[in-house]
Design a protein around this ligand. Structure first.
Ligand SMILES: [Zn+2]
Length: 414
């Protein structure tokens, strides 16, 4: 079985090995993909929530020229063999030098070791057990078996984790039998038998794990809790460690500074300023609504005064108010029909989606709801309402005008 160099030294980024087996995975017009098994490797395969390492394999070809291949994926098969997916073929027997992408691995170690710390802190302070761990490209998360996590408790957990990071405690890899591990008080033991690899954060946490870890808690760099959301059986806690935490804090600050510059004010004054502006907007909306109601009333009075009475003794108002929205034509139709008798109003609005309002005084014997529904449905729209008031919408201005024309004809005939 492939010797796992990363088990004994997480910080081994440069190693030598021999190719044991090479298989072609896929072939396309331009490129083939291969997978390689080595006798020993420091490349970490995706496992236990930690993603694989990437990097380079360098081999000397038959002609003596150096061949460099890119390691794109590393995985472990069911037999425990580790396979490196590469973009060029390296024949079995070749001696290689492996170089691991240091930045990617360090980032993974920071997030992964941070997870050990965070899970231990959640247990210590809240008795919340970690049921799963995910290390993503941007965000890492743990799922806890508790769904209620009050904010002050979360802040205590974050503080404890950062205290332990600041104390720069040693992290050691230890090996034990299952019985020994049980006696040592390891919280969660793997199902398999045989020697168990333990990660010991001095006087803080002891856990079985096959991943790569920092040498001391200080190397985690810092831990920042982010979004908390409820999931099926508990809560998902997003967190960032090391440079990811710094990058997130930087992005948050830039966003705040950009938002504050819009007011302009200091970031600290943003909540107060936003609340104030929302209240002002609410007052303006209320004032606008009052003014529009007054305007509708005045317009209705003017229209009623200027209207001629058509047979059978009705005043019919039919028009498209292009500058007014659906709320205003509704208001105007109500003002016209509710306080006068023998009035019919058929209005269209083109502010926003084309809208229609049909209304009549209580003494008019026409069912406006039925009339509007029939006409807008025929024009490809929707709508309806009561006998004396109805509203609806049509797809476009042509349909709107045609519905109004047809409504006028029908009302005049009835
Ligand atoms: Zn681990």
């Amino acid at each position: 079985m492939t010797e796992r160099l990363y088990y004994n030294d997480s910080f081994l980024y440069d190693f030598t090995a021999q190719v044991l087996d090479t298989r072609e995975l896929s072939r396309s017009d331009n490129q083939s993909t291969w997978t390689i098994k080595l006798d020993r490797t420091a490349f970490y395969p995706s496992s236990g929530g930690q993603p694989f390492d990437t990097g380079t394999l360098i081999a000397a070809s038959k002609s003596g020229v150096q061949l460099e291949v890119e390691v794109q994926d590393v995985s472990e098969d069911d037999d425990g063999e580790i396979w490196h997916r590469v973009n060029k073929v390296v024949p079995p027997g070749a001696a290689i030098r492996g170089l691991i992408d240091v930045e990617r691995r360090r980032d993974h170690m920071q997030q992964h070791t941070g997870q050990h710390l965070l899970s231990a802190a959640f247990i210590d302070l809240l008795g919340a057990k970690t049921v799963s761990f995910h290390l993503g490209d941007q965000i890492s998360s743990i799922d806890l078996d508790q769904s209620t996590l009050p904010r002050p408790d979360l802040l205590r957990v974050e503080k404890l984790a950062n205290q332990v990071i600041g104390e720069d405690r040693p992290i050691r890899v230890r090996y034990a039998t299952r019985e020994q591990a049980q006696q040592m008080g390891v919280r969660k033991l793997p199902e398999r038998t045989g020697e168990i690899r333990l990660i010991d954060i001095e006087n803080f946490d002891l856990n079985a794990c096959g991943g790569t870890h920092a040498r001391t808690t200080g190397q985690i760099g810092g831990l920042l809790l982010r979004r908390i959301e409820k999931v099926k059986q508990g809560a998902r806690v997003e967190f960032l460690c090391g440079m990811r935490a710094v990058a997130a804090a930087r992005a948050d600050f830039e966003l705040l500074a950009e938002t504050a510059a819009l007011y302009p004010c200091s970031p600290a004054d943003l909540p107060g300023n936003i609340a104030k502006q929302r209240e002002e907007a609410r007052q303006i909306q209320k004032r606008e609504a009052r003014l529009l109601a007054e305007l509708a009333e005045l317009k209705a009075a003017q229209m009623l005064g200027e209207a001629t009475i058509a047979p059978p003794g009705r005043r019919l108002f039919a028009q498209v108010l292009e500058e007014r929205d659906a709320a205003f034509i509704k208001l105007l139709a109500q003002k016209l029909t509710r306080e006068s008798s023998a009035v019919v109003a058929v209005f269209g609005s083109l502010q926003g989606a084309p809208a229609l309002v049909f209304a009549c005084s209580a003494d008019v014997e026409i069912n406006m709801g039925a009339l509007l529904r029939e006409l807008v449905t025929a024009a490809g729209g929707r709508g309806g309402g009561a006998k004396d008031f109805a509203q609806g919408g049509v797809p476009d201005v042509v349909a709107l005008k045609s519905v109004i024309d047809r409504a006028v004809l029908k009302i005049q005939r009835s």
